[in-house]
Design a protein around this ligand. Structure first.
Ligand code: ADE
Length: 421
């Protein structure tokens, strides 16, 4: 471990390799780059101290450098014990950013790193999963004194924070970055779809064509994953608890059934629900020999690992992020990335091109809070439709794509309710 006043990282000597990856990400994040050019002049985050708790990846490094280029000062930790890219963390440390994160943290180290970032005495917080903000509220409420507001990156975190807001428990306003269309219609769908398969393939090298692939949960993430798995030739089955989501899956062409039925035929299982105990002991009892089980939801409670451990007579690692659980009845089940989100623990997370929009939203939300957060109530706010549209336009321009616009005649037609047949 390499430690100084400003960093706690696994191995500082990895910095050069991290720097090359960050440069690669930067070149694929043109919307954030455009915002940075403007922000360097206007300094919208001047004087702001930002505690961040979000996966330390090459894309996050580009967000961090954009925040500091805009005048802010960060102190950062990862939001999952198994998602930090150690070379990227080393590069951030070597460039002077305040960073406390390494791959393979235990629970105590995870929370110690979050606590360490609070020493910055934040004026803004940035979360992915709400662990930082929950820590402030449950353990260090005095840290909230100078906080103007916070942002939240993911569905699970927004869910937690909306519940806190409705209970009147929030100590400061939060912007739900996740709920922007330019975030979840792209990051959750296309990002999760691709990066989850990437994680599964990196840890197993399994052929997807012809496999029966069970996707638990047909929200944005599950839909993206089902679509990509089908594209690779898998027979996809969806399990759901929500009737509307289940119908959507059926009409998108998937079979839908209960997990209790799917367990008998699945070759690969991936949970994407945000709910605990989606796969439990009785499911393991019925799985086929060699079944592969993983999760792409934020927390590691979707698969009940203690239930699996209780059935095992031997547990050993086949290859990185692929553990074999040899059961008492001699079947073997493979658990990937210890049930942590397989796309970040076993691969590199979502590709830079989608994180570009997610993090442009994060950046704009921080700027909005810095500018006007002190007039907000302590509730969860959405990204404005205006910001969503402007960001989509910015991304199109950055990608060199032009689209049509309505003529004044068409606009008048749109507004004229008397125009019929
Ligand atoms: N969440 C999913 N993919 C990510 C990435 N590449 N960087 C940061 N957070 C992520």
């Amino acid at each position: 471990m390499d430690v100084s006043d400003t960093y706690t990282v696994a191995d500082l000597s990895l910095a050069d390799s991290g720097g090359l990856k960050v440069a690669w990400a930067r070149s694929r994040m043109p919307a954030l780059a455009a915002l940075r050019v403007k922000a360097e002049k206007e300094q919208p985050l001047a004087g702001q101290r930002i505690a961040g708790c979000l996966h330390v990846t090459k894309e996050t490094a580009v967000l961090i450098e954009t925040i500091e280029a805009a005048g802010g000062k960060v102190s950062w930790s990862g939001c999952n014990p198994l998602s930090t890219q150690d070379d990227v963390a080393a590069w951030l440390a070597s460039e002077g950013y305040d960073i406390h994160a390494w791959y393979g943290q235990n629970t105590e180290e995870f929370y110690q790193s979050i606590d360490r970032t609070l020493q910055i005495n934040p004026t803004l917080t940035l979360d992915d999963g709400a662990d930082l903000i929950y820590r402030v509220h449950s353990k260090y409420p005095q840290s909230a004194e100078n906080v103007i507001g916070g942002t939240e990156e993911t569905t699970t975190g927004v869910h937690r924070l909306r519940a806190m807001g409705e209970a009147g428990e929030l100590l400061y306003p939060v912007i739900a970055v996740n709920d922007a269309s330019t975030k979840w219609d792209f990051d959750n769908v296309h990002g999760t779809g691709q990066s989850t398969l990437d994680g599964i393939i990196r840890s197993t090298s399994v052929l997807l064509a012809g496999k029966t692939f069970i996707v638990a949960g047909y929200g944005h993430c599950g839909r993206g994953l089902a679509n990509r798995a089908r594209g690779m030739g898998a027979n996809v089955i969806v399990t759901e608890v929500d009737p509307i989501a289940a119908l959507k899956a059926i009409m998108d062409g998937y079979r839908v059934m209960k997990m209790d039925e799917a367990v008998h035929i699945g070759d690969i299982f991936c949970t994407a629900t945000g709910m605990k105990d989606v796969i439990v002991g009785r499911h393991f009892d019925s799985m086929k020999e060699g079944a592969i089980v993983c999760n792409t939801g934020h927390y590691d409670c979707e698969i009940n690992i203690p239930d699996l451990e209780a059935r095992a007579k031997k547990i050993y690692t086949i290859r990185e992020n692929n553990e074999a659980f040899e059961l008492k009845d001699d079947r073997t089940i493979h658990l990937l990335a210890r049930g942590r989100l397989v796309n970040l623990a076993a691969a590199e997370g979502h590709p830079s091109e989608v994180m570009d929009m997610s993090f442009a939203n994060q950046f704009l939300a921080l700027c909005r809070l810095a500018a006007e957060g002190d007039t907000y109530e302590n509730i969860v706010y959405d990204i404005s439709e205006e910001q969503d549209r402007e960001l989509a336009e910015l991304k199109l321009i950055a990608e060199g794509i032009s689209i049509d616009s309505l003529t004044s005649d068409q606009l008048a037609y749109f507004e004229d309710y008397s125009a019929g047949t």
